[in-house]
Design a protein around this ligand. Sequence first.
Ligand SMILES: *Cc1c(COP(=O)(O)O)cnc(C)c1O
Length: 431
Amino acid sequence: MTVEFQVQGVRVSELARRYGTPLFVYDGTVLRDRFHGLRDRLHPAMEIFYSLKANPNISICALLHSFGARAEVSSLVELTTALRAGVPPQQVIFLGPGKSRQELAACLDTGIHAVVCESIPEVALVDELARERGVRAQVALRVNPRFAVKRSGLAMGGKPRQFGIDEEELFGQTDLVKRFPDVDVMGVQVYMGTRILHEAVIVENTTRILDLAERLAAALHLELRMVDVGGGLGVSYFDGESDLDAQVLTDGLNPVIEDFTARHPGTRLIMELGRYLTAEAGTYVMGVRYTKTSMGERFAVADGGTHHHMAAVGIGSFVKRNFPMAVLNRLDELPTEEWNITGPLCTPGDTIGKKVPLPPVRPGDLIGVHRSGAYGPTASPGLFLSHGYPAEVLVHEGRCHLVRERDSPDDLLQRQRLYDPTAHDAADVPH
Ligand SMILES: *Cc1c(COP(=O)(O)O)cnc(C)c1O
């Protein structure tokens, strides 16, 4: 009997039959376990905000919110998604280096907990928008700290960056509160980097960020009502990596949090997590269209690829490393061969797996990329070769929910216009 990959008892071949491939499948139980695995151990004063950037699907946001997650958003659509998913405005923060006037206005009009400002000119614009509305804007300052994170996949602080305001500069802004009377500067945010897989590094970052927030509040005479310590908690994808241990992590973090809350009982503490909450819950399922060999190497040409899962392809990484992959419809067969798994795009870069140990692959097989619930289609060039967005299915409490329809050719073409050589735009100069 062949063993198939299942999500809550639903076989992968059944999912592929019902929804087609390529397909993202999310397991609601894994999402819940990821959230609660941390929430139930973490000091209760530390709130967990879900970074929609990792997976902006409204149902993923709603499900995480039902477990207790709040929302961290970085665009007008992410803000709208979080609110429509049922997250109350007081549980939403908005950050990002290039917010538009419209986005900042929406922050003020919806009454979210805080706008995290990333430059002094942005604070000035928020001040102006607040004055126009007759409200006081709740603002946290994103700091680009002097210190850099060690052993992070992608460091954000401690070097010249478009993110946040340099620590040195901020300590000189002692008249900030007076200069912007319609802004209530009440918080500090620092995001050190992503994909951190060492508990001690996260504990050290958090300690330093809380200390920085205290010093900054004292220097600028701020009433510190919020500190967002970022996060950057990673998940393991590659050989030689191992996952964070939530118990070890919280054993290190909780005393630091306890210490801080003892001194600042009214301060809201926030941790922003994307990948850590969603990556493990997702599987990218591709159908194999053709198999062939080229110069002695085996190729399985699948219907999915870079346009949905750039992270697994590893574009932008120095070396190509494979995400965990399997032939999902024959899990019991041993890997005896090496296969290159490629997609439908006309570029050699569209290689999802290089020399992946797999059992013999056949057309019609379903190949899965595990740990694919974060930075999938949202972070991929989905319009390349006009393939568009794949379908997304959430399995929760034994039921399948189509949470994103696959783009159809009409979806992809509807905003293009076939020009009419006899017509001209009203703004054109007539000739
Ligand atoms: C990307 C980002 C996150 C989420 O990062 P993960 O690695 O997915 O947890 C959180 N905060 C900020 C400021 C970010 O830029």
